[in-house]
Design a protein around this ligand. Structure first.
Ligand SMILES: [Zn+2]
Length: 266
């Protein structure tokens, strides 16, 4: 329902010209760059994966559609479009071999690896979902040409991301209830670090659960902060594709719209 209301918001607003497209089909080969064959096969399981991540009828189709949208977003970014995949389920907690935390297939990691496979030399993923993307870190760890940057509440689910990992995963944990201004400072430092990596393409794990009134976390951001984050991303001047992760408040439509205005420079 949150996504349906976000679609409605984006379809009825008049400030941004938006072109809509549907996700395409996904080859197993793309998924298997990031996940084990066992994980892919287990999507058909009728047993719940964990308390947050149930087995649903047709979840394999939904998860694959979400991957398809992330891949399409990545390709659009390479052609100079600014694009957001507005899909569920999210992906950043899904590790190479484990489905967890609402996440079945790791959309952003699969798209990042596809980009490398398709000739991109350096791809960065930045993750501003309030939770650490343990799955993305697990999949991209020490992969040549890839780097991962995450700003997230710690302590919080899944209790990872307290320190950097390997030679390419950079974590910026922030305490619960960090004032917005300080969060922005940490975000700016994260972007400085990302700039040093000199990516030619950036994937964004766009989560909106660092919002002050999100029920799943304790951060303090307002809609205008997501606008600010979007503007900061735009100033990098590097092609970027955005993939929805979390965001559980009723205000999700406003938060997504604010972010899109920021990355579009409106
Ligand atoms: Zn989250």
């Amino acid at each position: 329902m949150r996504i349906e209301r976000t679609v409605e918001k984006l379809r009825t607003q008049t400030e941004l010209p938006i072109v809509w497209s549907k996700p395409g089909a996904v080859d197993d080969a793309s998924i298997l760059r990031a996940h084990t064959p066992e994980l892919l096969a287990s999507l058909k399981s009728t047993e719940d994966f964990d308390a947050d991540t149930p087995a649903y009828p047709r979840i394999a189709n939904y998860a694959r559609a979400s991957v398809g949208a992330a891949l399409e977003a990545m390709r659009c970014a390479r052609q100079g479009e600014t694009v957001l995949s507005l899909m569920r389920p999210p992906g950043h907690h899904a590790t190479r071999n484990r489905i967890m935390g609402f996440c079945y297939l790791n959309n952003i990691a699969i798209a990042a690896l596809e980009a490398l496979h398709g000739g991109v030399k350096r791809v960065a993923v930045i993750d501003f979902d309030v939770h650490h993307g343990n799955g993305t870190e697990d999949i991209l760890l020490n992969r040549e040409g890839a780097a991962y940057f995450s700003i997230h509440q710690y302590p919080a689910y899944p209790e990872t991301g307290r320190a950097n990992a390997g030679n390419n995963c950079f974590n910026y944990p922030v305490p619960p209830a960090l004032p917005r201004g300080q969060y922005r400072e940490v975000f700016s430092s994260t972007l400085d670090q990302l700039g040093k990596f000199k990516p030619e393409l950036i994937g964004v794990s766009a989560g909106f659960d660092a919002y002050a009134r999100d029920p799943l976390a304790q951060e303090t951001l307002e809609a205008e902060d997501f606008y600010w984050i979007g503007k900061k991303m735009r100033t990098l001047g590097i092609p970027l594709f955005n993939v929805l992760e979390g965001g559980y408040s009723r205000d999700l439509p406003e938060l997504v719209f604010s972010y899109l205005k920021g990355i579009e420079g409106k």
